[in-house]
Design a binder for this molecule. Structure first.
Ligand code: PMP
Ligand code: GLU
Length: 393
């Protein structure tokens, strides 16, 4: 008799974290693996943020539990951040902080989903959305987009997927894994459609500061008062401030939903680590210079390796506008090498070329692989060379 729950048996482990762990294990065995798996900046958290955290340890303020939804100072910092970067005002009861955007998303699904409620998820999508919806007894409705349409979902597609069980529509712009950014007019159409049908718009804006070559991030929540009322924004400090290990995410939206999320947090993690909250306050309110420096570094890497990747035989890639991933279609490359399954193809690249990528399968894409360029230029150039030789063999 298995002692495990049906819930855990029905779910998948995070494929991004698993790919990262596999690459690390092979490295530990002495293999020369180039790791382009995990989406996390290779930069160390900026010094002023480190120092704020150290001060909170030394002066004792980080010693204690905080209220479940986050320190008042952190909520104030988030409130101010929304005013500066989103251009609208919120009240503290519309803000909740938790242990990473990933956990905040989980708390959101736990707070709003009843069994069988449907969540529309434009796909390819980040690996955790589908599993988190299932863990909370909801039904993920993935909507496949096409590379030709730059992986963007249309209102027509959304309308075709809508049922009387639809409760939430998820939008992740800039997107992981495709790096695309929705334009204002596209967001307006999607937002108005969600308002018309009284659906919650879940806007995962975690990559909002990482946009390149003049592309502009428009928050869907900033388009109109009506759309804002319908939207729950998810954001965090992991990507923009090189703080993945600190585990700070937050949500901003309807105060009833936010209160319910805080209730979930209060019975699970209690609060996100106090020291991380002090670090996040400094990140959000202190100098933003390092955010721009890191953004420029990512932009340079993108502009260098995108054309090189596009030249690899059988790789077809749309130039991303944000985040730090390339998501080439490798259908042709698989044919050339005699593979039909993208996960097998990714495993062969790892084994033979010693380049660790993430199979598109976990993102709902059977013909793509994901490559993170949040790593140094030398590694990236070397990886491209190895991929080329792998394809030429
Ligand atoms: N959303 C997206 C689209 C992501 O890629 C990630 C990856 N970390 C997250 C949310 C979660 O970020 P974190 O938990 O580190 O704040
Ligand atoms: N979001 C990053 C990624 O997609 C980090 C790992 C994870 O949380 O999935 O690689």
């Amino acid at each position: 008799m298995t002692k495990l729950s049906k819930r855990v048996l029905a779910m998948e482990e995070s494929v991004t974290l698993a790919a990262g762990a596999r690459a690390k294990a092979l490295k530990a065995e002495g293999r020369d693996i180039l790791e382009l798996t995990l989406g996390q900046p290779d930069f160390v958290t900026p010094k002023h943020i480190q120092e704020a955290a150290i001060a909170s340890i030394k002066n004792g303020s980080a010693s204690f539990y905080t209220i479940a939804s986050g320190l008042a100072e952190l909520k104030e910092a988030i409130r101010q951040y929304m005013e500066n970067f989103y251009g609208y005002k919120v009240t503290p009861d519309q803000v909740v902080a938790g242990a990473g955007a990933k956990y905040v998303l989980y708390a959101f699904f736990a707070a709003v989903l009843n069994p069988k409620d449907e969540v529309i998820i434009p796909t390819p999508c980040w690996v955790s959305y589908v599993e988190q919806v299932k863990m909370n007894e909801g039904v993920p409705v993935t909507l496949m987009t096409s590379q030709e349409n730059h992986f963007k979902v249309t209102v027509e597609q959304l309308e075709a997927a809508r049922t009387d069980k639809t409760k939430v529509v998820l939008l992740n712009s800039p997107s992981n894994p495709t790096g695309i950014i929705y334009e204002r007019h596209e967001l307006e159409a999607i937002g108005n459609w969600a308002v018309k049908h009284d659906l919650i718009l879940l806007a995962d804006d975690i990559y909002s500061r990482l946009v390149y070559n003049g592309a502009k991030f428009t928050p869907i929540s900033s388009i109109s008062e009506a759309i804002r009322k319908q939207t729950v924004v998810i954001n965090g400090v992991s990507k923009a401030y090189a703080m993945t290990g600190w585990r700070v995410g937050y949500a901003v939206g309807d105060s009833d939903i936010i209160k319910a999320m805080a209730k979930i947090i209060s019975q699970t993690t209690s609060n996100l680590a106090a020291v991380s909250q002090y670090a996040a306050i400094e990140a959000l309110t202190g100098s933003q210079d390092s955010v721009e420096q890191m953004r420029q570094a990512f932009e340079e890497r993108l502009n260098t390796i995108y054309p090189l990747l596009a030249e690899i035989p059988g790789f077809k890639v749309v130039k991303p506008q944000g985040a730090f991933y390339l998501f080439p279609n490798v259908k042709k490359a698989m044919e050339l090498k005699g593979y039909t399954d993208v996960t097998d193809f990714t495993a062969a690249i790892l084994e033979e070329a010693e380049v660790a990528l993430v199979s598109g399968a976990g993102f709902g894409a059977a013909e793509n692989v994901r490559l993170s360029y949040a790593t140094d230029m030398t590694t990236l150039k070397k990886a491209i060379k190895r991929l080329n030789s792998f394809m030429m063999k």
